[in-house]
Write a protein of this length. Structure first.
Length: 367
């Protein structure tokens, strides 16, 4: 039967729309937004200046190849700029990867608490997201490998993962890669790589350089503090870069983002300050919230996942309401299969201390 109105392709209406972190708390004068893993230090002042300068020339199209930005990234990481593609956030790149490598009937694997963009990008192509169980809120290589079938075309792995903050050591990433068929594209999403301070962690640059089926995505939204500009990049083998370049928008990255990104990449002192701030307060929050009797999943990123009991008066939803009234905006993560947890970005010292005090008051109330 012919439909009476236009129909989206199969899969599109199966997508649960992405709900971004809240940015306001009704009725509260001062709001601390700790819901989207933004940096409390803001961007480099050089990035802000470069951004403002482009305001004088808004009539000009950006460089569609983002050549100067790719060169700056290449210099910083020792990469061939020809192997880099820039995008309007890593979201853009993840969606382009899905569009280039997935079709109706294909499968893409991600993990239970994996980033929500993976199933959204997958369903949008008509392919099927296949969910691999995690162990202790951490990706499980064996569980992923068990789900690989001839239909599998892509494996998405956030390392570290959001919203759990956990990671798998590079040896495990290599073991995963070794066991994957050569026609499966392994996508390593390293959005939080700059924050990780673990000897057994690597973002995957070496694996990308030496394989035909691995790409890595990175973002300027987190440690670089440029989330508003929507800027990310990926590095991959020449044949993947070629495919992505054919389907991306010809001007998919805007000029202010390119200018700010170059300046941000060069300001290594600012990145270092952000990393130092994060390490200190990540450790402090994990310890202090733990002392209140709540479980915090050990995180290597710039946020913590806090687990709440299911007892009335103590639940994650009630804690969220309580914190909201004080202007402390955390993230509910029910959409990530974590109904009993809240995710909190590492904030300023003031915000971090206020959250710990508020949680103490919340738990101190009689239920
Ligand atoms: C925040 C985040 C990104 C970055 O997305 P952008 O589109 O670059 O802002 C990518 N992957 C994960 C897992 C994230 O948490």
């Amino acid at each position: 039967m012919t439909a009476t109105r236009p129909q989206p392709r199969p899969g599109v209406l199966d997508i649960a729309p992405y709900i971004p972190g809240k940015s306001t708390a009704p009725g509260v004068a001062k709001v601390f937004k700790l819901s989207s893993n933004e940096t409390p230090l803001g961007p480099s002042e050089h990035a802000v200046a470069a951004y403002a300068d482009i305001g004088k020339r808004l009539e000009d199209y950006p460089d569609g190849a983002s050549a100067a930005l790719r060169e700056a990234i290449g210099n910083a990481y020792g990469l061939d700029p020809a192997r880099i593609v820039c995008g309007a956030g890593s979201d853009d790149l993840l969606n382009l990867i899905a569009r280039a490598y997935l079709a109706d009937g294909d499968e893409a694997i991600h993990t239970t608490h994996g980033f929500l963009v993976y199933p959204i990008a997958t369903l949008g192509t008509g392919a099927k997201p296949v969910v691999a169980a995690e162990t202790n809120f951490t990706a499980d290589v064996d569980a992923i490998l068990k789900l690989v079938t001839p239909k599998t075309k892509v494996v998405f792995l956030a390392n570290p993962n959001n919203p759990t903050g956990t990671y798998i050591p590079f040896d495990e990433v290599k073991r995963l890669h070794r066991a994957l068929p050569g026609n499966v594209l392994l996508v390593l999403d390293a959005a939080y790589a700059e924050y990780v301070q673990r000897n057994d962690y690597e973002s995957g640059l070496e694996l990308v350089a030496t394989s035909d089926n691995v790409v890595m995505t990175r973002t300027f939204s987190k440690i670089y503090g440029l989330a508003a500009l929507r800027l990310g990049w990926m590095v991959g083998p020449a044949h993947v870069v070629d495919a992505i370049n054919r389907i991306r928008g010809p001007f998919n990255v805007n000029a202010p983002a390119i200018a700010a990104g170059i300046a941000a990449m060069r300001d290594t002192a600012h990145v270092e300050r952000s990393r130092t701030h994060n390490s200190k307060w990540l450790e402090w929050l994990t310890a202090e919230i733990g002392k209140l009797g709540l479980t915090v999943t050990p995180s290597v990123a710039n946020f913590v996942l806090i687990h709440f009991p299911q007892t009335k008066g103590r639940t994650a939803t009630e804690a969220n309401d309580f914190l909201m009234k004080r202007g402390l905006v955390l993230r509910q993560v029910t959409a990530y299969q974590l109904p009993n947890a809240l995710r909190m970005s590492v904030g300023t010292e003031e915000a971090n201390r206020l959250v710990v005090q508020a949680l103490k008051d919340f738990l101190g109330q009689s239920a």
